[in-house]
Design a protein around this ligand. Structure first.
Ligand code: NAG
Ligand code: NAG
Ligand code: NAG
Ligand code: NAG
Ligand code: NAG
Ligand code: NAG
Ligand code: NAG
Length: 581
């Protein structure tokens, strides 16, 4: 009844407040902005100019002394380069410089462009602008186009740049990320390159002697694998997957990955500890990351924490927000690589990776038709046709469930479970049955703590009517299951804000309930709706909430959670969970 009343209250309040849906824009490759500072949304097709070339006259060609230069010409992945141009006649603000990878691409197959008025001297025919380039396993070049008619957008080719090459070339190991398998004697190493030669990892306990070698497999995907292609596809290269086995638990290993002749720099990782009730550790948790500036800020602090002993990252959905614009995956992987190559990076699926409305039969999670679209839900087309394909190929999570969608693993004194809130969770559904079995089989004498992650929250007090109804449905569908098996802590995201509950069951604080934490604060634009004041909500923040969670497992009866806010460089909320063992 209380639930019903709060729902009714919300619906009334929400309608009155006229809360709008969120616009999850995707930045262009260069993250171009409007004058007012907001990002141009690359998913809106009209934001991509079509270059209509007017042939230059013979006279103009002979008098053309314009030059375009990219410096340096040999660049690291994700490095900034300076683009300079000079000698351009009759330059206008509508002139543009576009990026081509490979350099043989047709004029309209550009990655992105910028208008020359990014440089204040553009009208005098010269200028300078810095952009960031990513190794997409080919060379690149830039081209200057003069606008000859601003009302028709007709362009004229003016100059092409030097060829830009990437350090290590197409074979360079990129986007290195580690993953746990559930066994402390194993570590999975994944990366991307442009070659399908046999991928290897050389590893060992000494930095100067990588005495062991493991070989793995490579795979790739094409635009045809998507349920529908709504954005811009780029070849993702080969995704390599090598499993290291027979490792010592809690031990530092050094490694280098690649193919013979093209090996990465040496990195290190620490294997998972033995599983047992007294094995403490600490890890990082966040959701809703992406590649906007706040995501960079989170990455900076997380890298520092990982270097200081946080052992892995638990990212519960909404990963890169590529949404069909596939260069975003390259940019996001480059962003996390400093820490995903030294600590395992565990992912769960979010609506922006999974939800689709195409009944193409291609959804790799194995669901039929267009997936899960319950009448009370907001599961729509949020992946823009990706339908989990990039996630499925780019990540290899523990093999005991359904790939990246649902799985579990033990780590020290914790049993971790990742679920997909984008797949059916009704009693009797495939996922529900798996979850029930998984929970039933936990040996609490080995892993006294149980931590669950999913994307859409079961508890939130944010006034957002559609998602609030989803939370109520989740309580109805599987709160009893989690409560019955004494899940201790549940992490959610989806809301770009932070909220922590008391130990709660059926909307009331109770000692043996579950603590729910929404930590969708890793970088995507913050939510703005106000909150209802239920008594189970203990802390919430949606004004400048950017940050992430840190969890320390002290012992079998004490766990510490902290919410770190980037802009304040401090923990703004923390809680100890205690239990009797
Ligand atoms: C900024 O300008 C763009 C284009 O004119 C517009 O679509 C957008 O709503 C503006 N954003 C803000 C915050 O005013
Ligand atoms: C780009 O130019 C700026 C100043 O013009 C300079 O400080 C910077 O080092 C240059 N960057 C590269 C990568 O050459
Ligand atoms: C620049 O504009 C002048 C005046 O309209 C014109 O004579 C000249 O041909 C133009 N040059 C180029 C390269 O378009
Ligand atoms: C640069 O020129 C373009 C095209 O005319 C325009 O849309 C944009 O607002 C201008 N940018 C600045 C910073 O003036
Ligand atoms: C630009 O194109 C429009 C439409 O075709 C035409 O009316 C106009 O004369 C053109 N302007 C110039 C400067 O060529
Ligand atoms: C909190 O609210 C719930 C539902 O409205 C109610 O059942 C419960 O008694 C309340 N708890 C406290 C401590 O006020
Ligand atoms: C568990 O850790 C907590 C917090 O550090 C501490 O207060 C408590 O004494 C510890 N319990 C045991 C049994 O070591």
């Amino acid at each position: 009844m209380a639930t019903f009343i709060s729902t009714a209250l919300c619906l009334v309040a929400c309608v009155l407040l006229n809360v709008q849906g969120k616009n999850e824009l995707v930045p262009t490759y260069f993250a171009r902005k409007y004058k007012n500072g907001s990002y141009i949304d690359a998913t809106i097709k009209s934001n991509w100019l079509k270059i209509t070339l007017r042939p230059s006259s013979v006279l103009l060609q002979s008098s053309n002394t314009a030059t375009l230069n990219v410096h340096p010409s040999l660049v690291k992945n994700a490095q900034y380069v300076n683009v300079t141009w000079k000698g351009v006649e009759n330059a206008s603000a509508d002139d543009m410089i576009a990026l081509y990878c490979p350099e043989t691409s047709k004029d309209n197959d550009y990655y992105d462009f910028f208008n020359v008025n990014q440089s204040s001297t553009y009208s005098q025919g010269y200028g300078e602008y810095a952009v960031r380039l990513y190794n997409v396993r080919t060379n690149c070049e830039m081209r200057y186009f003069r606008c000859v008619n601003s009302s028709t957008g007709q362009q004229e080719f003016v100059a092409r740049s030097n060829i830009v090459m990437f350090e290590g070339g197409p074979e360079q190991p990129l986007q290195i990320h580690l993953a746990l398998t559930g066994k402390p004697t194993e570590m999975r190493v994944m990366w991307v390159s442009g070659t399908d030669q046999a991928p290897i990892v050389k590893f060992g306990r000494s930095k100067t002697k990588l005495g062991s070698v493991a070989e793995g497999k490579s795979q790739t995907y094409t635009a045809d694998d998507f349920c529908s292609l709504q954005g811009k596809f780029i070849d993702p290269g080969y995704i390599h997957d090598v499993l290291l086995t027979a490792l010592e638990p809690s031990t530092v290993y050094y490694y280098s990955c690649g193919v013979t002749g093209h090996m990465s720099s040496i990195r290190s990782f620490k294997t998972a500890p033995q599983i047992g009730p007294d094995v403490g550790f600490k890890f990082i948790v966040y959701g809703d990351h992406g590649i906007l500036p706040a995501a960079y800020s989170t990455a900076k602090y997380v890298l520092n924490d990982v270097k200081n002993g946080y052992e892995f990252i638990f990212h519960n959905g909404d990963i890169s927000y590529a949404r069909g614009m596939e260069y975003i995956w390259e940019q996001w992987h480059a962003l996390i690589e400093p820490y995903s190559s030294i600590a395992p990076y565990m992912v769960g699926i979010g609506n922006h990776e999974q939800n689709h409305i195409d009944d193409s039969g291609k959804d790799p999670s194995g669901v039929k038709g267009d997936g899960w679209h319950p009448w009370w839900g907001t599961m729509d087309d949020d992946s823009h046709g990706e339908c989990g394909v990039p996630m499925f190929y780019r990540f290899h999570m523990p093999d005991n469930g359904n790939y990246v969608w649902w799985y579990s693993y033990n780590y020290g004194m914790v049993h971790f479970i990742m679920i997909s809130t984008e797949h059916d969770l009704s009693p009797g559904s495939r996922q529900y049955v798996w979850l029930q079995e998984d929970l039933r089989n936990i040996d609490r004498s080995r892993t006294p703590w149980v931590i669950l992650g999913g994307h859409r929250p079961m508890y939130t007090s944010e006034i957002d009517p559609e998602n609030f109804v989803v939370a109520l449905a989740f309580q109805f569908l599987f709160e009893d299951l989690l409560y019955h098996y004494r899940v201790d802590l549940a992490f959610w995201a989806h809301y770009h804000s932070y909220e922590r509950t008391c130990a709660v069951y059926k909307n009331a604080c109770t000692k043996d309930g579950i603590v729910h934490i929404v930590i969708g604060t890793a970088g995507k634009e913050a939510d703005w709706p106000p909150y209802l004041p239920p008594n189970w909500s203990k802390f919430r923040r949606h004004v400048d909430p950017y940050g992430y969670g840190r969890v320390t497992l002290a012992n079998r009866s004490a766990l510490h959670f902290e919410y770190f806010v980037n802009s304040e460089e401090r923990v703004v909320d923390e809680v100890w969970l205690y239990k009797d063992n």
